[in-house]
Design a protein around this ligand. Structure first.
Ligand code: ADP
Ligand code: MG
Length: 762
């Protein structure tokens, strides 16, 4: 029996999924696999685990497991369900890559899909689970797809062995044919239960014209207009990345400040008021005497602005706003630039890397007398439901990582979203009453959107998945029941890389291409491959860990791999000033941070390890100083990234000890820098992992184009790639280097560059 509070009880009764409890539970009893479709907000994620719990699926030490493609959802949903059920987090728990609160008493476990995949490796039959719920299946994340493929085999196996197990697939869209009409996956199509959603009508308003790039500016104007002219109701704005989100939040807070009684840090105030000041000057010179607005200084702005910034990786700057919004075409409403504290707007950012406490704010009612405005990335599209939203402003775009299939070069690009996504976004406006969706693009543009987003598995390299699958003894990966299979090309490339890393056995050599390809696609795993598969990092880095024993290099390899795996550990030296006031200090700061990086890059032999030495130095120095937020802020390190590195070091250390206990490696917070000898060894280990990422400086005789000066040639690309001016090796320009990845921003830049001796080159 579950003891829910009356308020929770009442809120639950309003959820459409509750009306389907009987139908769902009966279907689950009678079918090994069931698909549930229901609009976002209909109660799937929070309620279905509770149905199962109440029906006894979490008794006798069994666990109800729920996978989420996003960490945000795993954490926040576990908290929500614990609260609804009035149970402690020891019972309703979560596990994500670096952390969790699972105990031996856990009965409902939310986790990311990657976590469950790792568990399948350890226990193929998932014996502790009575049910697995795959949530947000419509997102078609790679791990979701592969889990569904695996579970389509695990569930019948369990049932045959007399250890009953159930699979639930939950989707926010009705497009589930890839799961249901897929004979290879489920011979008998699973039943689909549709949850009727009480979706209120949402009126769609298309823009007449479509802004080509300044959609943030357009979103600003639209939001201002809605706030000024339309009846109460929350506003949800969809943008593509974190920098855009913060930028728009700041502009909206300046435009509609609301006074909060609490005191705030001087630093924040300085930045924000000077921004406001600039706008005042721009808007009307005589306005100077107006008392400057106090804006909502919710402590998000105390976080490093770059935190987890999807944009920075992309090199997509969207900081160029400023005055341009005054001359936005025929928009007659130029008063928007004047701060108007009479109609306060409660502006909150929402994106996946935002701290959970900050995310939780969107679920709480806004302060009395204000209107809620959430500026979000597409996390708000399906994963989280924000109460009280009546207006949606949709920029129509999404930021995605693209990989070049041949070269592996990746870049983040902002592209149009799909019609399905745009409709999901619009749907967010009609949860509590009829709503409106303002699309910042024309209906003609919408007509050109693709109908659905492609499954991620078809868009990215798959070597990590192939290795995991081989470790599960699925040798013929081509025959795996993928909901949507990756291309044969991608599978061959993955196997080739894994063979070259020694993770798979060499295929027998035969003359015929067709036979070669066939053999290539069924190479069994090697013992090194098994060790590599047990490390929670991509195969290239796993190879480095597998080699790290030599010369006592393991602690360094672990630290380097952890640092390479975590996104954006350094503050961007080239970032624009956050305010006019800051720009004067920024030059100074850049100089100091550059100096720090030079220090971390070491001297003598260490220099040759290049950017990886800088990472190692930074991790070492940061841990030595106790990894405090202050140390990070002072030295241009992203605190959250450093904390992730710390956790990952612990995790990798455990994983390495599990594979070879005799090394007895441990995390040493006072790690001394590597010796010259060790640096050489580290460079060779790095080369072994990144062997296919080798580049040679363009030789004088090959200098066909002056633009190629200082460029590097790689085997697969026609055009050269470059060492970034911020790289530790920018001045040295060694003849041979290996790189972590090539990212196309303003130029093709190598990231994580390390020098290679000519005689090591195979
Ligand atoms: P679905 O999975 O179908 O999208 P959910 O189960 O996530 O639906 O959400 C059901 C309802 O619970 C939503 O209306 C949402 O507003 C509410 N809800 C979810 N999480 C929270 C929370 N942390 N605080 C308050 N309400 C929440
Ligand atoms: Mg959900």
């Amino acid at each position: 029996p579950v003891d829910r509070s009356p308020e929770i009880q009442e809120a639950r009764l309003k959820l459409p999924v509750l009306a389907e409890e009987q139908v769902i539970m009966e279907a689950v009893r009678e079918n090994p696999c069931v698909v549930i479709c229901g609009e976002t907000g209909s109660g799937k994620t929070t309620q279905v685990p509770q149905f199962l719990y109440e029906a006894g699926y979490a008794s006798d030490g069994q666990i109800v497991g729920i996978t989420e493609p996003r960490r945000v959802a795993a954490v926040s949903m576990s908290h929500r369900v614990a609260k609804e059920m009035n149970l402690p987090t020891q019972v309703v728990s979560y596990q994500i890559r670096y952390e969790g609160n699972v105990t031996s008493d856990t009965k409902i476990k939310f986790m990311t899909d990657g976590v469950l995949l790792k568990e399948i490796q350890k226990d193929f039959l998932l014996t502790r689970y009575s049910v697995i719920i795959i949530d947000e299946a419509h997102e078609r994340s790679v791990y979701t797809d592969i889990l569904i493929g695996l579970l389509s085999r695990i569930v019948p196996l369990r049932n045959k062995k007399g250890m009953p197990m159930r699979l639930l697939i939950m989707s926010a869209t009705l497009r589930v044919e890839d799961f249901t009409d897929n004979q290879r996956l489920f011979r008998k199509p699973p039943p689909v239960i549709k949850v009727d959603s009480r979706q209120f009508p949402v009126t769609i308003h298309f823009n007449k014209r479509t802004p080509l790039d300044d959609y943030t500016g357009e979103a600003f104007h639209k939001t201002c207009k809605i706030h000024r002219m339309l009846p109460p109701g929350g506003i949800l704005v969809f943008l593509t990345g974190q920098a855009e989100v913060h930028n728009l939040c700041r502009r909206l807070r300046n435009a509609f400040p609301f006074r909060k009684s609490n005191t705030t840090s001087a630093e924040d105030e300085e930045g924000d008021t000077s921004e406001a000041m600039r706008k005042f000057k721009k808007a009307k010179q005589k306005k100077k005497t107006v008392s400057l607005p106090r804006i909502d200084l919710d402590n998000y702005s105390a976080l490093p602005v770059d935190e987890g910034d999807e944009d920075r990786e992309a090199g997509i700057g969207d900081e160029e706003d400023g005055g341009s919004d005054l001359d936005i075409g025929d928009d007659p409403d130029d008063s928007e630039e004047k701060a108007d504290p009479s109609i306060p707007l409660y502006v909150l950012p929402l994106y996946s890397l935002l701290a959970p406490e900050q995310q939780a704010k969107v679920f709480r009612p806004p302060p009395p007398g204000t209107r809620l405005c959430v500026v979000a990335t597409n996390v708000a599209e399906t994963s989280l439901t924000i109460p009280g939203i009546k207006y949606v402003v949709d920029c129509g775009r999404v930021k995605k990582r693209f990989y070049d299939r041949v070269t592996g070069v990746s870049s983040f690009k902002v592209t149009w979203t799909s019609q399905a996504s745009a409709n999901q976004r619009a749907g967010r406006a009609g949860r509590t009453e009829p709503g409106h969706c303002y699309r910042l693009y024309s209906s003609a543009v919408f007509g050109d959107f693709s109908l659905f987003s492609e499954a991620e598995i078809t868009r990215r390299p798959v070597e990590d998945l192939v290795l995991q699958m081989k470790d599960l003894n699925i040798d013929k990966v081509v025959n795996f029941p993928f909901p949507t299979p990756p291309s044969t090309e991608a599978l061959v490339a993955a196997e080739q890389l894994l063979v070259s890393l020694g993770a798979l056995e060499e295929p027998p050599r035969t003359g015929r291409v067709k036979q070669m390809q066939h053999a290539m696609l069924s190479c069994p795993i090697t013992p090194v491959g098994r060790a590599m598969a047990s490390f929670p990092v991509t195969p290239r880095y796993a190879k480095m860990l597998a080699l790290g024993k030599q010369q006592d290099c393991l602690p360094y390899v672990i630290a380097i791999v952890a640092a390479m795996t975590v996104r954006e550990i350094f503050e961007d030296l080239d970032r624009p000033a956050r305010s006019e006031d800051e720009s004067s200090k920024l030059t100074q700061r850049r100089a100091r941070l550059t100096q720090m990086r030079r220090l971390w890059a070491g001297q003598g032999a260490a220099l040759q390890l290049g950017d990886l030495m800088v990472m190692l130095g930074a991790v070492g120095a940061c841990e030595f100083a106790g990894c405090t937020p202050k140390f990070c802020e002072d030295n241009g390190l992203r605190y959250k990234a450093m904390m992730e590195i710390r956790k990952l070091r612990g995790q990798l250390t455990n994983a390495v000890n599990a594979v070879c206990p005799e090394v007895g490696v441990f995390v040493d917070p006072k790690m001394t820098p590597p010796t010259g000898h060790q640096v050489v060894c580290l460079r060779q280990i790095v080369l072994a992992g990144l062997g296919d990422h080798l580049a040679r400086r363009v030789q004088a005789e090959d200098l066909l184009d002056p633009k190629w000066t200082n460029g590097y040639k790689t085997p697969l690309m026609d055009d050269p790639v470059f060492i970034h001016p911020n790289s530790a090796l920018f001045k040295t320009l060694p003849e041979f280097v290996v790189y972590q990845e090539v990212m196309e921003t303003t130029k093709m830049y190598m990231r994580g560059v390390s020098a290679v001796e000519a005689e090591w080159v195979p």
